[in-house]
Design a protein around this ligand. Structure first.
Ligand code: 13P
Ligand code: ZN
Length: 277
């Protein structure tokens, strides 16, 4: 079922000390695989469409596909806009039926980030939509994680109180995409500090792919409530379709779906996700 109150579900995961995965769908097939996997285990799912993928599937198409599959699914599904870059785009997603949005103004300075996030939060109240924001910055395809971009606990607390965001993406050493230098070292002291300072705000980890199962399992036990996974799904799909034994396009699509499902099931296990009543 499509979950309207995303915060409620995130708070249940937070108090149960487990993570709800957010998987990025890029087409009908991947969205369907994530929903069916969630349904198979009765696990909650955050079905995420990232603005950066709008050339693959438009927001309007993503809303139709996402809403249809979420409503049909027997497990709880939050339909989430990932890395929205502008207020107007986030509002459009809410109009179209997304039940959660992320505004990523983390490239701005603190005041600019608060201002843009606040604007989205105010708009979201009318739709009953929950808003995720980011403080600190999670980069892409970095070679070394830059500790100057880590989230400062005190700044996180001020940001949540001034912006009114419902959940917060934090930077503790992960990065988007493939790591060029192997499994990253995460700063759990920073995570503990943030979790202590804002105990009522669900914390989100971006750039989950390739971050190491032990690291991610520890994150889920020690303060993170939502982990975003994208790259690993499509790396696995590509590997599957490269099988030289495949000669039929339909078989290739089925192999790709199976690979994506295996990644999703793997992360549900690593995150210790549990059914939510
Ligand atoms: P990865 O592609 O590194 O898993 O990151 C996913 C993500 O953070 C989507 O917002
Ligand atoms: Zn991300």
């Amino acid at each position: 079922m499509l979950v309207k109150n995303a915060k409620d579900i995130l708070m249940k995961a937070k108090s149960g000390n487990f993570v709800i995965p957010s998987f990025n769908f890029i087409d009908l097939d991947s969205a369907r695989v994530f929903c069916r996997t969630a349904e198979k285990h009765n696990f909650p799912l955050i079905l995420a469409f990232a603005e950066v993928h709008k050339n693959l599937i438009a927001l309007e198409e993503a809303a139709l596909v996402g809403k249809f599959l979420a409503e049909e699914c027997k497990a709880p599904v939050i339909l989430h806009l990932d890395h929205g870059t502008e207020t107007e785009y986030c509002v459009r997603a809410m109009e179209l039926g997304f039940t959660s949005v992320m505004i990523d103004a983390s490239m701005n300075d603190f005041e600019g980030n608060v201002r843009t996030t606040r604007e989205v939060v105010e708009a979201a109240r009318a739709y009953g939509v929950q808003v995720e924001a980011e403080i600190g910055h999670v980069g892409s395809n970095v070679t070394e994680s830059d500790s100057s971009l880590y989230t400062e606990p005190e700044e996180a607390a001020r940001f949540v109180s001034e912006s009114g965001c419902d959940s917060l993406a934090v930077s503790i050493g992960t990065s988007h995409g493939v790591y060029k230098t192997g499994t990253p070292k995460l700063n759990f002291d920073v995570l503990h500090g943030i979790a202590r300072t804002i105990p009522d705000t669900p914390l989100v980890l971006h750039g989950g792919s390739g971050s190491g199962d032990d690291n991610l399992a520890r994150c889920s036990r020690e303060g993170i409530t939502k982990i975003n996974i994208c790259t690993d799904c499509y790396v696995a799909a590509l590997k599957a379709v490269k099988d030289p034994a495949l000669t039929d396009y339909f078989d290739a699509k089925a192999a790709s779906d199976k690979a994506v499902q295996e990644v999703a099931e793997h992360y549900y296990k690593v995150f210790g996700t549990k059914p939510i009543d």
